[in-house]
Design a protein around this ligand. Structure first.
Ligand code: UGY
Ligand code: MN
Length: 305
C-alpha cells in the first residue's frame, strides 16, 4: 500500500478549517442549515392575519403540482387554503365566495368565506334561513331594516335571525366567514338579532378541560346553534376524545396543531377549515409557539329526533 505523501501541514489546515465550515453550515445565513429559524415579523400583524396569509401559503404550494392537504371523507373534510375556489356569490354585489361546507357533504348548514371588495353588498339568505357572520379581515357596515347600522371590525360578529331584513356593505375590502342554516323553529321561542365581538364575551367554565371557551350566542332555547371560540396554548389538548350527535364547522383562526378526525391525524394551520359529521371521533392538540384559536359551529338545543 502506498503511503500518503500529504504533508502534515495540509492535515493541520483541514483540522483548523473544519470546525469553522461546520459552524458556518450549522448557522447558515439565518440560523441553521436544514431548519431555518422562523423570521421574526418586523411589525405586528393584525389579529387573524394568518387566516388569509397562512405559513404554508397557496403561493408556496404552486411549485408542488397536484399537492393539497385537503381531504374529503364520508364523515369529515379538511379544506385547506390552496384548494379554495372563489366565485361570485349569487345576488351579492362585488363579492367572491368559497363554500367550504354545504349539505352536499351531509351537513345541515353552509359555511363559506366571503371576500367583499370595494363597494360590495350582501344579499339576504333564502326564506327561513338564519345567518351568522364573523369578520376575519377588514371591516363592514351592517344595516338593518330599522336604519340602525353597526361597523363590524375584525373579531366582531352578527347573528341575523331567519327572515330578518339586513344588509352588509363594504367600502374597501373585508373577509367574512358566514354560516347559514334553515332555522329549527320551536313554539314561543324567538331569537333576537345580535351584534358582538369575541373579546367582550366572558370565559366560560370547561370542567375537566384546560382550553379557554367563549360562546358568541346566548345558550337559551331560541338559538338552534352556537359559535364557540376555543383557545389552546401550545401543548394543550382536548381532554375528551369527543364523539357526539352534533355537527361542527371549524375555522382555525390562529396557530397550529394536530386534529384527529376518525382514524386520521391532520396537521393544521390558521386558515384551515374542517367539517365534522355527527359522531366522528374528534380530538385536537395545539403545537407550535403561539396560541391556537378556532371558531366552531355547533348545533344545540334541539331534539335530534
Ligand atoms: O363543544 C364541542 O363539541 C367541542 N369541544 N368540539 C371540538 O372542539 N371538536
Ligand atoms: Mn365537538
Amino acid at each position: 500500500m502506498p503511503i500518503s505523501k500529504t504533508p502534515i501541514s495540509i492535515y493541520l489546515l483541514h483540522a483548523l478549517l473544519l470546525p469553522s465550515v461546520l459552524l458556518k453550515c450549522a448557522l447558515g445565513e439565518e440560523g441553521f442549515c436544514s431548519a431555518p429559524l422562523p423570521q421574526k415579523d418586523s411589525k405586528p400583524q393584525p389579529l387573524y392575519w394568518k387566516v388569509t396569509n397562512p405559513t404554508l401559503s397557496p403561493t408556496n404550494l404552486q411549485d408542488l403540482p397536484g399537492f393539497t392537504r385537503s381531504v374529503y371523507r364520508r364523515d369529515h373534510a379538511l379544506i385547506t387554503p390552496e384548494s379554495h375556489v372563489f366565485s361570485p356569490i349569487p345576488d351579492w354585489i362585488n363579492t367572491l365566495g368559497a363554500y367550504l361546507i354545504t349539505p352536499a357533504m351531509g351537513s345541515h348548514f353552509v359555511m363559506f368565506l366571503a371576500k367583499m371588495q370595494e363597494n360590495s353588498k350582501s344579499a339576504l339568505p333564502p326564506q327561513d334561513v338564519e345567518r351568522f357572520l364573523f369578520v376575519i379581515q377588514g371591516s363592514v357596515i351592517l344595516s338593518n331594516g330599522s336604519a340602525t347600522s353597526h361597523r363590524l371590525l375584525v373579531d366582531s360578529y352578527a347573528y341575523l335571525p331567519a327572515n330578518f331584513d339586513h344588509s352588509v356593505e363594504c367600502h374597501k375590502s373585508a373577509t367574512l366567514v358566514v354560516f347559514e342554516r334553515r332555522y329549527f323553529n320551536l313554539e314561543n321561542q324567538v331569537p333576537e338579532h345580535i351584534v358582538g365581538s369575541t373579546d367582550m364575551q366572558p370565559l366560560l367554565e370547561t370542567p375537566g378541560e384546560i382550553f379557554e371557551l367563549r360562546k358568541l350566542l346566548p345558550t337559551s332555547a331560541p338559538y338552534d346553534f352556537n359559535i364557540h371560540i376555543m383557545d389552546f396554548q401550545p401543548g394543550e389538548y382536548l381532554n375528551v376524545k369527543e364523539v357526539h350527535y352534533n355537527q361542527h364547522g371549524l375555522l382555525l383562526l390562529e396557530g397550529q396543531g394536530i386534529y384527529r378526525l376518525g382514524d386520521s391525524w391532520y396537521p393544521l394551520q390558521a386558515g384551515d377549515a374542517i367539517w365534522m359529521a355527527p359522531f366522528v371521533p374528534q380530538w385536537y392538540a395545539a403545537l407550535g409557539k403561539t396560541r391556537s384559536r378556532y371558531l366552531l359551529y355547533k348545533d344545540v338545543n334541539r331534539n335530534p329526533l
